[in-house]
Structures are given as structure tokens and as C-alpha cells.
Write a protein that binds this ligand. Structure first.
Ligand code: ZN
Length: 85
């Protein structure tokens, strides 16, 4: 079961794969991000970091998750710019 989110760019219909990455093992420091330059990933909350770990699916512990990333995904999912498949 794929669990990645895809953001759809409204102008050129690009699909960007978003996955959960741990920035650190601290609480609220797991972000929904897409690969960026180098070994970095760029999160929905605009944070760029070198991931500690990539989650295979959805985070099991809500305490780990970045609130800003969750809020942005919820916003995107309510419109036409994102979908899950
Ligand atoms: Zn975030």
C-alpha cells in the first residue's frame, strides 16, 4: 500500500512525492518532505534538513510529527492541490 502524498502543482501538473522524514528523534521533528539538493529534504513547513531517517509510511506516534507540516497537508488535502493514492 503506497502511503506517499503527492502535491500537484496547479500550473504544470507536476506531481511531487512527499514522504515523512525524521530531522531528529526529538518530538515534533518528523516532517513531510520532498528530496532537495544534496542529501537534504525540503519540508512542507519550509524547513530544509538532512534527514536522520525516512519513514516507510505514516508516523505511528503523533507526538513525533511537525504540527506545521500536518496543518499544511490538511489544507492541501481539502483543496485540489493534493491527493493521496
Ligand atoms: Zn515540518
Amino acid at each position: 500500500m503506497p502511503s506517499a502524498w503527492f502535491l500537484i502543482d496547479a500550473t504544470d501538473q507536476l506531481e511531487i512525492s512527499m514522504r515523512w522524514y525524521l530531522a531528529t528523534t526529538a518530538d515534533h521533528d518528523t516532517h513531510l518532505a520532498t528530496p532537495a539538493v544534496g542529501n537534504n529534504v525540503e519540508a512542507l513547513c519550509d524547513k530544509t534538513f538532512q534527514p536522520h531517517f525516512e519513514l516507510p509510511g505514516e508516523p505511528l506516534d503523533p507526538l513525533q510529527v511537525c504540527a506545521a507540516c500536518l496543518a499544511k497537508r490538511a489544507l492541501a488535502a481539502s483543496g485540489s492541490v493534493a491527493r493521496r493514492r
